[in-house]
Design a protein around this ligand. Structure first.
Ligand code: SF4
Ligand code: SF4
Length: 437
């Protein structure tokens, strides 16, 4: 490690599921493949009600450069393309597929390169055709990240195995159980972006994953770096600073400092897309919190209703007071289990009433704690107060759009202020005002 990034917090790890090997969920009757599960424009359906589909068949095309295609998670019949539950709380169109129970596959072998002979340009097309997006939660279309412009030469690839959110252990299990997929995906992406070196970054609370990679037959240009535990070290800019001491400029991207970062799950998906032609139709996710009867790590098909995950893993031990898609710091709080697994769904956490800190939001007491922990040097209290008092004009000059919504400010606030909610509201208001002009 070279540097400690600014700010950050130390929430309790709570990674009790890290010893739970990945189990595959059984085939279900119904899948809801949301058209909106990546950053950028939603995908456009190319199937309609009544169509028969095969597993891996493309069912929605990307619209525009920053978008990604979707594929059927099993064989069956398209029941509808209709507004459906989404982790955001809104109803968003999804392709509803009724399984025929046979799991028959579309032939993907023609779109593969098992001997890795076709070269980086073809591999990038394969990644695009596979609909791969960042699986650490950001869900940015991967082929875009792997196509840096000519004036941004890339020196280094970083494999992000940090998984700093409490409770989540899906990446940890992937690194232990399928390190070869991560290693091959890393090698492929190095060639795609022209990087001469790579670092696999893993936090010290996963010593077995670090050991796995260190004892693995990695080439000499790939280093395994152990980093001290600190949240939000898995955020790209914080990870780059921690590993290299380099600061990505405000409003800039990792490629501005010659770096591309890919989550380890994304690298595994890239390996499978290129070597087997496999589209992204499943992912590992953590089921955690005190309420689920079967906490652990599960291989779930994209489109699996979260309610089915709970049912298939033994149900719940008690009432749910808080349901979160993703991790507790950056995840999306939900009111029900109706929405499906998306490509960026790293976890489903369910907490009971006794575990919930009763939030009693009060006025800011100007203690400055939020300023000290903000990893991007913002003034969270100022942003929160501006939104609360409807002073929206100055949010942009106070750099609200640099906020990575890590939740560190809310975590330390003695007045229980829901800072991330204020900031999301402020960002949404800026977009709405821009649309009115
Ligand atoms: S203002 Fe944004 S980036 Fe800063 S601590 Fe709060 S949520 Fe994180
Ligand atoms: S931590 Fe809370 S109370 Fe303290 S300055 Fe920030 S917003 Fe205000």
């Amino acid at each position: 490690m070279k540097s400690q990034f600014r700010g950050g917090v130390h929430p309790a790890d709570s990674k009790d599921t890290d010893k739970e090997a990945v189990k595959t969920l059984p085939l279900l009757e119904l899948y809801l493949v949301s058209l909106s599960q990546h950053i950028g424009s939603p995908a456009e359906p190319i199937v309609s009600a009544g169509d028969k589909v095969l597993k891996y068949q493309e069912i929605a095309k990307p619209t525009g450069f920053i978008s990604a295609s979707l594929h059927a998670p099993t064989s069956g019949t398209v029941k509808a393309v209709e507004p459906s539950p989404h982790p955001s709380g809104r109803l968003i169109p999804a392709i509803v597929i009724e399984s025929d129970g046979e799991d028959r596959e579309f032939d993907i072998s023609t779109n593969s390169d098992p001997n890795l002979e076709k070269g980086p340009e073809v591999w990038n097309d394969m990644v695009k055709n596979a609909g791969i997006v960042g699986m650490g939660g950001a869900a940015f279309p991967t082929h875009v990240k792997l196509s840096p412009p000519d004036d941004k030469p890339i020196e280094l690839m970083i494999a992000n195995g940090i998984e700093c959110e409490p409770y989540l252990t899906a990446d940890h299990r992937l690194m232990l159980e399928s390190p070869e997929l991560v290693a091959v995906g890393l090698r492929l992406t190095m060639e795609m972006v022209g990087a001469k070196k790579a670092i696999i970054g893993v936090e010290a609370n996963k010593p077995d994953a670090i050991e796995t990679f260190r004892s693995f037959d990695l080439p000499p240009d790939v280093e395994v770096a152990e980093l001290p535990v600190m949240y939000p070290q898995g955020a790209e800019k914080q990870l780059i600073y921690a590993l290299l001491g380099k600061e990505v400029p405000k409003g800039g991207l990792p490629m501005d400092v010659g770096v591309v970062v890919q989550n380890v799950g994304t690298l595994a998906a890239i390996c499978e897309a290129v070597t087997k032609g496999k589209p992204l139709v499943e992912r590992i996710m953590t089921l955690g919190g005190s309420v689920p009867a079967g906490p652990g790590n599960y291989l779930a098909r994209i489109g699996t209703p979260l309610s089915d995950i709970v049912k298939q893993t033994g149900g719940m031990k008690g009432p749910a007071a808080r349901i979160v898609s993703g991790g507790p710091m950056m995840g999306q709080a939900m009111t029900s289990f109706e929405s499906p697994v998306l490509k960026g769904t790293s976890g489903l956490l369910v907490f009971g009433p006794g575990e919930m800190k009763a939030l009693n939001q009060r006025a800011c007491v100007r203690c400055g704690a939020c300023v000290r922990v903000c990893p991007v040097s913002l003034m969270p209290q100022t942003l929160g107060n501006m939104v609360e008092w409807n002073i929206f004009d100055e949010l942009e000059q106070n750099h609200i759009n640099d906020c990575i919504e890590c939740g560190c400010c809310a975590y330390v606030c003695p007045s229980d202020r829901n800072m991330v909610q204020f900031i999301r509201q402020g960002k949404a208001e800026i977009i709405t005002r821009g649309q009115k002009i």
